[in-house]
Design a protein around this ligand. Structure first.
Ligand code: NAD
Length: 293
């Protein structure tokens, strides 16, 4: 029978553990950990994600220093805000909610964040640490995938892992994390030829594309582990109601795979939890010198 990689349950367990750690640590430090989520404009999906992150912060006792800026905010204003947050002793993590409106340079902004407060792990220093295998803040979605695989004791050593998608946010860092765990890694992308053959070779198959039903049952090796990172909104034409689905055709693939993540309830809650974990990690690094994670 196919097993469900239950990100929602693991996220709840980890958040309860983080809440306990925070309660304990803040007695030593004298303040709670702090996270600043910066959002620009009013993309409804981003607003929902930000709300979700702030509610999760509240659950574990992390103070929120988030700011919501109007669409026309300039690059200079945002850079000034990031500089001020870099200096603010109460803030341990800074995250710029992507995507940004077109007139803003997101890479330029991410580069302004103090690498030790880079809660999303996207600063070149932290990506460099990942490439070198050094400790550092790791990008939340791929770190969430790895934590979920670890929880279910999925063996990666020497296994063939295929990551579909090569973004700096998900695909590339995830490929490096799988490599660090001794998987043999292939990255496929929009220009890859014969995706079916590439995917079917995978012991561990990760889809991070953003295309409904991209992965069908015939693309999955029997007993593979399938991780669905994609988030797509589909609208029922009759009711007009929207719902979230991943990149994997769940109902058919679950008959072939040994393990599969659901959408929702898989990688989404893990991403939020790794953001909290990163913030608490920075807090420890900055305030509780010499303590292990
Ligand atoms: P992106 O658009 O930056 O990258 C998509 C990647 O898919 C690209 O590298 C592209 O080469 C590849 N691709 C596009 N079409 C393809 C095809 N037909 N075949 C193979 N590869 C193809 O997106 P992203 O930021 O990496 O996000 C990917 C998906 O994951 C999106 O659906 C996004 O919403 C979702 N996501 C989910 C979480 C979460 O918390 N669960 C977090 C981040 C992103």
């Amino acid at each position: 029978m196919t097993g469900l990689l239950d990100g929602k349950a693991l996220a709840a367990k980890m958040q309860a553990e983080l809440a306990e750690q925070v309660q304990h640590l803040q007695q030593q430090v004298g303040r709670p950990p702090g996270l600043a989520v910066l959002m620009v404009g009013d993309n409804p999906a981003s607003a929902a994600y930000v709300r979700n992150k702030e509610q999760a912060c509240e659950r574990v006792g992390i103070a929120s220093f988030g700011k919501h800026f109007p669409t026309q905010t300039t690059q200079a204003e945002l850079e000034q805000t990031i500089q001020a947050l870099n200096q603010d002793e109460r803030v341990d993590g800074i995250l710029v909610q992507l995507p940004l409106p077109d007139h803003l340079d997101s890479v330029g902004l991410l580069n302004q964040i103090d690498p030790n407060k880079d809660a999303d792990g996207l600063h070149p220093t932290n990506l460099g640490r990942l490439v070198r295998g050094e400790p550092g803040l790791r990008s939340c979605t791929p770190a969430g995938v790895m934590r979920l695989l670890q929880e279910y004791r999925i063996d990666l050593k020497g296994k063939k892992a295929v990551v579909i998608g090569r973004s700096i946010l998900v695909g590339k860092p995830l490929a490096l994390m799988l490599l660090a765990e001794d998987a043999t890694v292939t990255i496929a992308h929009s220009r890859s030829q014969d995706l079916t053959a590439i995917a079917r070779d995978a012991d561990i198959l990760v889809a991070a594309v953003g295309r409904t039903n991209l992965i069908t049952a015939e693309m999955v090796k029997p007993d593979a582990v399938v991780v669905d990172v994609g988030i797509n909104r589909v609208v029922n034409p009759e009711t007009g109601k929207g719902r979230l689905v991943g990149d994997v055709e769940f109902e058919s693939v679950r008959d072939v795979a040994a393990w599969i993540t659901p959408v929702p309830g898989g990688i989404g809650p893990m991403t939020v939890t790794m953001l909290l974990d990163n913030t608490v990690w920075s807090y420890r690094q900055r305030c509780v010198a010499g303590r292990e994670k």
